[in-house]
Write a new protein. Sequence first.
Length: 457
Amino acid sequence: MKYQIYIIFDNHPASQPPVRNDYRNFLIPVWTQMAEHYKNRNEYVIYEILNEPNRISANAWGKMQGGVVDAIRKVDKNHWIVVSGIHTGNNPAEGLSFLPKYSDNKLLYTFHFYDPHVFTHQGVAWTDLPQMASLGGVPFPYDKERMPKTPNDLKGTWVENELMNYSTRGTTAALTKKIDQVTKFIKQRNVPVFCGEFGVYMCTCLPEDRVMYYRFIRESLEARNIPWLIWDYYYPFGIFDPPGGVFIWGFIGDIKTDLNIELVRALGLVSPPQAQRQREPLNTGFTIYDDRLNKGSTFDFSCRQTTINLYYTPAAEGEYAIHWGNISRKFDFINFQLAISDFSYLAQNRFALEFKAKTGKPVSFDVKFFNLQDNTNWHIGYNITSRQLPPDEKWHIIRIPLMDMKLWGGDDKRSLQWVEPGGRTISWDNINNLEFTMVNEDGYVCEIYLDDIKITE
């Protein structure tokens, strides 16, 4: 409240949410609970019902969203609510135009802008098929001399069609036309609208093209008085330059040393002076999780059917523990994204990863650190079985000296292929993640509790 910064609680499922028919079992309970908890908070709290609703008809979603608004208003009549149209992927105004005229007078309408998709998402490997991991070098705006050929795995797909028509769809004129359709919606409905996301994946496009896109979209929105947000901050659509120019999950940029200054300027912002990043080898232990995540760390987990509670009680020690539940697939994981650090001294001086754990069924899972070197994230791991963690539902202390961990191989960040270690020795100088990965076979359902995760002497 001191800085008058609004917080939007964005219901942003990492996997496809169950919005088709059973929203009463999902969206309404979630938002009724949220509204009850925050109804007496200040005006800077905003609710966003669902990020990018899709795989549902526009008519069904319009009615469904209205029902959620009504459920919130039974509890909280004061806070603003963000509503959105179905996510069509190529026409942000179209989703908005299909919405019914809601009677609530404290609604903010939002849309996301990622056109042209073959530019903003080239190189991305997590989208619906066909994935565009093999695509790179698409320019913005269209430049005939710089257009790449369609990769073999994308021939015959919509991606090839978009590339063939990029001369008309990848221009500033084409994007202006789409943004003007949003302006038309604003005038017709007389409602507040903001762009909730725009951005470009940094890994496979030219940096200058990316900067040009940000500048053009930002200036176009501001010229039409449309507020905007970008996706994202730290991650591969973000505003920081990763070390060596290769993005890795877990890279947490420092605003004093790692800003992409040209991109920040393209957004109309002023960058603080940048200093040279200094990194000395760590020489003391530190906590990763103890009641809460350590400052400087972030958390991720495999979506599927896995459940995560970072505030489980009772804990092994202190107030909270982690409950990792409904683990049912091989390679389900939880991941602690650490500030990139040099563990060389810690490994050489017999420091260890130590944590408390319990389970009620026999389990087998890997514990591994990731170290980035030569564009590859190398996996340094140790396997945990019932020998270290008996299935007795009691808390056990597990201690793994760093020097006892083995190099298993790595993920090549450019080719997206697995690389065998060969005769390579372990390097600890660029650690960026700690991951717990289930290795039980698919269909074996179990749960694990974790607490007091730390690096210690």
